[in-house]
Design a binder for this molecule. Sequence first.
Ligand code: SF4
Length: 103
Amino acid sequence: MFPCERCGACCQSVGRSEAYRDLDRGDGACRHYDDATHLCRIYDHRPLRCNVDAFYDAFLSDKIPYKDYVAQNRDACQELRAALAQNKRKRQSMQDAAGIEER
Ligand code: SF4
């Protein structure tokens, strides 16, 4: 089973991917993402493309070893987390410059 850490980085980044952009609620995050819990509100019924293991079983199990697939997904997680952290720092910097407090 994919070792998801439930950070929510992927669900906050659907706007970055053409394959997930239809889920974008307008700010880059998925319309099913719960900001308070960092979880998916439709988790048990989420799209197949959001289910890392089921997607592998359906489309990739005969093309790539599972451990390589997991490693690629973990790399993607790290990239998304870094991008989100960078965006947060930029936003904070702009807010600081404008004297605006985070809501
Ligand atoms: S449907 Fe759920 S799992 Fe898929 S991107 Fe949206 S919040 Fe994340």
